[in-house]
Ligand binder design. Sequence first.
Ligand code: TRP
Length: 339
Amino acid sequence: MHKKRVLSGVQPTGALHLGNWLGAIRNWVDLQKEYETYVCVVDLHAITVPHDPKKLKENTLSTAALYVACGMDPEQCSIFVQSHIPAHSELCWLLNCITPLNWMERMIQFKEKAIKQGDNVSIGLLDYPVLMAADILLYQADLVPVGEDQKQHLELARNIAQQRFNSRFGNEDFPILKVPKPLIIKDGAKIMSLCDGENKMSKSDPNENSRITLLDSPELIRKKIKKAKTDQHFGLEFGNPSRPEADNLLRIYSIVSGKKRETVEEECSNIGWGKFKPLLADAIISSIEPIQIKYNNLRKDPEELNQILSEGAKKASMLSNSTLQKIKTAFGFFQKTYI
Ligand code: TRP
């Protein structure tokens, strides 16, 4: 039987943090064993808000290297850079022409990001979800691991594939595009900001103390944990809605220490924040250490990373070009017959 195919990606906008690792990449590492897995660094998405051209390349390389350092195995999955596969931009254009504008204007993330950009909202920001649909549909992905905040984007990709493309340009019995399904991870971890237990840990938060990146030094991690928001209560507990910070930090502690929830509950219900924080910092530091070692080794050898991305791009290119050709044929384009 054919393995089902999974595709996902993260934007190269600054170092990956605990939330990216525990909430996303850690799950991909398991998925690659069971599924045909494609993971990309979505650099075209990273320019939908104003970006620093001096940082884009480094952020792209570090994101790709962190995928590998976190356990994505180039032997088992394809790792590639989105902009290296021109089919993504090309399909985005084709899909733009069949996607109603009013579907885009109601995207929640667009509205949130647009507010922050003021007068400077680009067409690219509005188009972000169509580019994401192109990423997914090009690979005929069966499943896309997504968090809560990306569900609406995945729904859009499904609607474009089904209602706008297959039903108009395909044949009911042989739909051209696979309609992807969300892959909701059972005990997927949504990691919250260290400064506000009700907001997701995010790369775009201007406060750097709100997140721990996978490249932070042990000293910096200790400092950030020391500053993390607490509350007035003694003893930590999971799941108390009036204590979101306690729940978040305990969940992080449980995952990075590899201890069960019950064990953590027992260990931490009778200690104060002052005692808990150093335990948490140590556990984070030791869980990240192997990632940092692997990362540093990989970055010392640019040729190896290059090789990984070139192999990934080869596989991605084959698959995506074949889908793109089918779409262009269905659209009725005059296909070139000369070289
Ligand atoms: N929008 C996604 C995020 O911010 C990143 C992304 C781009 C993506 N293309 C994708 C995720 C395709 C899954 C599949 O998390």
